[in-house]
Write a protein that binds this ligand. Sequence first.
Ligand code: MN
Length: 251
Amino acid sequence: MVKRILVSNDDGVHAPGIKALVAALEDLAEITVVAPLAEQSASSHALTLHRPLRIKEIAPRTFAVEGTPTDCVLLAIREFLGQKPDLVVSGINQGPNLGEDVLYSGTVAAAMEGSLLGVGSVALSLASWRYTDFAAAGQVARRLVSRLLRRELPPRFLVNVNIPPRPVEEIRGFRLAQLGSRVYNDAVVKKTDPRGRDYYWIGGAEPTWKPSPDSDFAAIEEGYVSLTPLLLDLTSPTGFGYLSGIDLEWP
Ligand code: MN
């Protein structure tokens, strides 16, 4: 039976990364693209609730939505596709989605939405803003997705994948990795405008990472494709332990 894949992203339906992804997966499954019309990077898990959404077919099996990545996946799975796809694949994002940055990422949010709606999902990112050749990343996507289509996925499966910016012969393989942890220095740059008023720029400096050999960041640095399965249940066992130890007597 032919498999069906829903493809989305946050760089927009016209981005080179989504085109490379579709080209790489085309003969593995029936692909439907439902992606934002405009770039929505760092839109996180935003939903559009206060205006109508329209879906426009811009090419065969390729649909643009004037909304967020989450809007796209929600509309596609709950309404538009008619039946659930076998897999949601989001990307290939231009730029890394490592460590805590997954919480801001529209690429990851699209995959997360798929997983929340009961479809196994993959988020793919090329871990560089400057390396614009998606050939190797497309091959990585193809290798991984063909394997994921072969076996039934566990419930709420969601994997965050980062691909090192290098030719495919120089990629060392897949590595299972933990989410790394960012060091937040110079995350906000404060300047003064020509009228003497302060303004702020978020994400001014290149990120740095706490050293950790099993992190996604380390995998990328060493030339591996990082695979990090993510949980949707954000309940904290330590927070739970702390709160159950304090006096919560009522009133
Ligand atoms: Mn993006």
